[in-house]
Ligand binder design. Structure first.
Ligand code: DX5
Ligand code: ZN
Length: 216
C-alpha cells in the first residue's frame, strides 16, 4: 500500500490545527513539513516552532523536509520528529549527518533535486530509511511534475532491488491523480502532496482520489 503524506505548505496557516486534523481524518499516513531558508531555495517558509507544534497536535508521523544549507545545525532542535529529510546537495558529510539523525531517534531520508544524479547517493543508499525524489525544483508548491523523473524513480527502484536494500522511495512535487499513478508504477512507496490535498475544497475526497490513483 502506497503511503500518502500531506504537505502543509498549501494549508491555511490561520487554521493549521484544523488543517492537520482534516488530513488525518482523511486517512493520510504522515504530515510533511517544508522548511526553507532562502539560501538553498529561493523562498522562506516556516521554522522549528511550527514543526514542533505540528508534532504536538497529531498522532501521525511527522516528516520535516529541510530545504536549508547546513542541515546538521538543526537536527537536535527537532526532538520527537519521526523522519528528517535532508538534501544531498547541502551536505558534505552525509554519513555523519545520517548518524546524527539516527541518534536523535528519527529516520533519515535523503532528498535529491531533479537534476541531481542517483550516483551521488550510491554509497549511502543502504543507510537511509528512504530517498526523496523531488519531481519539481524545490521551493514552491503548485508546480508541474517534471516527467523525466519517472525514469529516475524507475532507475532508483532497480538499484535498490539489485542491492537488496529495503530503502523506500518517496516522491514530492506536482503529485495529482494523474502523476500519482506514474510515480507508483515506476516504484514510489510514498507520495507527498500539497496542492492536490489542500488546494481542494474537500480534503477527504482529495485524499481518497489520490489513494485510488496510487493503487496499482
Ligand atoms: C516543494 C516542497 C513540496 C511541496 C509540494 O519545495 O518540498 O513538498 O509542498 O507541493 P505540490 O504538491 O503542490 O507540488
Ligand atoms: Zn517537501
Amino acid at each position: 500500500m502506497v503511503m500518502i503524506g500531506a504537505s502543509i505548505l498549501s494549508a491555511d496557516f490561520g487554521y493549521l490545527a484544523e488543517e492537520v486534523k482534516k488530513a488525518e481524518e482523511a486517512g493520510v499516513d504522515f504530515i510533511h513539513v517544508d522548511i526553507m531558508d532562502g539560501h538553498f531555495v529561493p523562498n522562506l517558509s516556516i521554522g522549528i516552532g511550527i514543526a514542533k507544534y505540528v508534532r504536538d497536535i497529531t498522532k501521525l508521523p511527522v516528516d520535516v523536509h529541510l530545504m536549508v544549507e547546513n542541515p546538521e545545525m538543526f537536527i537536535e532542535k527537532f526532538e520527537g520528529i519521526d523522519m528528517i529529510t535532508f538534501h544531498i546537495e547541502t551536505c558534505k558529510f552525509p554519513f555523519r549527518l545520517i548518524n546524527i539523525i539516527k541518534n536523535h531517534g528519527a529516520k533519515p531520508i535523503v532528498a535529491l533535486n531533479p537534476s541531481t544524479p542517483l550516483d551521488t547517493i550510491e554509497y549511502i543508499l543502504g543507510e537511509v530509511y528512504a530517498v526523496l525524489v523531488m519531481t519539481v525544483e524545490p521551493g514552491f508548491s503548485g508546480q508541474k511534475f517534471i516527467r523525466p523523473m519517472v525514469k529516475k524513480i524507475d532507475n532508483l527502484k532497480h538499484k535498490i532491488s539489485k542491492e537488496g536494500y529495503d530503502t523506500k522511495i518517496f516522491v514530492d512535487g506536482g503529485i495529482n491523480t494523474e502523476t500519482a499513478s506514474l510515480a507508483v508504477n515506476a516504484g514510489a512507496d510514498a507520495l507527498i502532496a500539497a496542492s492536490a490535498i489542500y488546494g481542494k475544497d474537500d480534503v477527504r475526497k482529495a485524499v481518497e482520489e489520490l489513494k485510488k490513483a496510487a493503487t496499482i
